[in-house]
Design a binder for this molecule. Structure first.
Ligand SMILES: O=C(O)CCC(=O)C(=O)O
Length: 285
């Protein structure tokens, strides 16, 4: 198994993201694939989305269209085992230090022939913290390529301010609309992964992904972490027993504050919606 390299650490700091090769060993990858196949069978039998499975429009037993498994670490043990594995946490530690807190998880599936686009956004706008040691690890359970809608990142954009993610009516739509210059979008780089590789992106970097028009599903298992002294700026009840757990090192007694910043607030977001649901409205314009 490979460890994160000094070049990848530098890429994370300079560009806001990195792709680490062969983080997940073959045995673990086989377990992840087996669990995903079992979950897909369950999803296929559903007619509507529920707390665990988010289904795309047009889903049916004959043509199952899974969009996301919410909070996978609370759904099957293997996901929590991977989220707390040395293979993953060693990479995270190289980037945000030895004291690491688990934030949340999701499995974005992007079904073949139709998995939707995810518009440009900064994760930090969804969950602002006292400093920027907030990152997402994306584990490819199958190959993620330009054809099947791999992650796209605008290199260096984590050094830009947090941009507005609300629409004209002031509703938080989870997507940058007007503030993104075309030449920034033109610089977007694909983060292609082989199964078992892991992308890591900082929560401030602007990213998104294209629709999946290929014949291959694109399951990306995402774990978000923060440094322990990186505290949430908004109080939200924990999503489940795993939210906020210290997964390596020690709990903090102090919050670390980044330099003065302005941060667009989200306004009333009382309903729990996925990024897919929030962005749908903005996409239709
Ligand atoms: O699944 C993807 O392509 C991107 C995921 C993402 O950016 C998110 O869920 O915040």
């Amino acid at each position: 198994m490979a460890a994160i390299t000094p070049e990848q650490v530098e890429s994370y700091h300079v560009d806001g993201y990195a792709a680490v090769r062969s983080v997940i060993d073959a045995g673990t990858l086989a377990r992840l694939r087996g669990t995903l196949a079992e979950l897909l069978d369950k999803a296929a039998a559903l007619t509507d989305s529920d707390d665990v499975f988010i289904l795309e429009a047009g889903h049916s037993a004959a043509d199952p269209r899974l969009q996301r498994v919410s909070h996978p670490v609370a759904v099957r043990d293997v996901f929590w085992q991977v989220a707390t594995s040395d293979a993953v946490l060693d990479c995270v530690e190289s980037l945000i230090g030895p004291n690491i807190r688990f934030h949340h998880s999701k499995l974005n599936f992007k079904a073949r022939r139709g998995g939707v686009r995810i518009g440009w956004h900064q994760d930090f706008a969804f969950f602002p913290h006292t400093n920027y040691d907030v990152l997402a690890c994306g584990i490819a359970i199958e190959d993620a390529t330009v054809d099947n809608g791999c992650l796209m990142v605008i290199p260096g954009s984590h050094k830009m301010p947090i941009l507005n993610h609300r629409d004209e009516a002031g509703e938080f739509v989870g997507q940058i609309k007007d503030d993104l210059a075309t030449d920034d979008a033109d610089r977007a780089a694909p983060v292609e992964l082989a199964a078992g590789d892991m992308s890591i992106h900082n929560a401030c970097v602007i990213h998104g992904s294209a629709p999946n028009e290929s014949g291959c599903n694109r399951p990306l298992l995402i774990f978000e972490y923060t440094a322990c002294d990186t505290l949430p700026l908004e109080h939200r009840p924990p999503a489940n027993e795993y939210s906020g757990r210290v997964v390596r090192g020690n709990e903090t007694s102090h919050a670390r504050l980044a330099g003065a910043v302005t941060l667009p607030l989200r306004g009333d977001i009382s309903t729990a919606k996925s990024i897919f649901a929030r962005q749908q409205k903005a996409m239709m314009r």
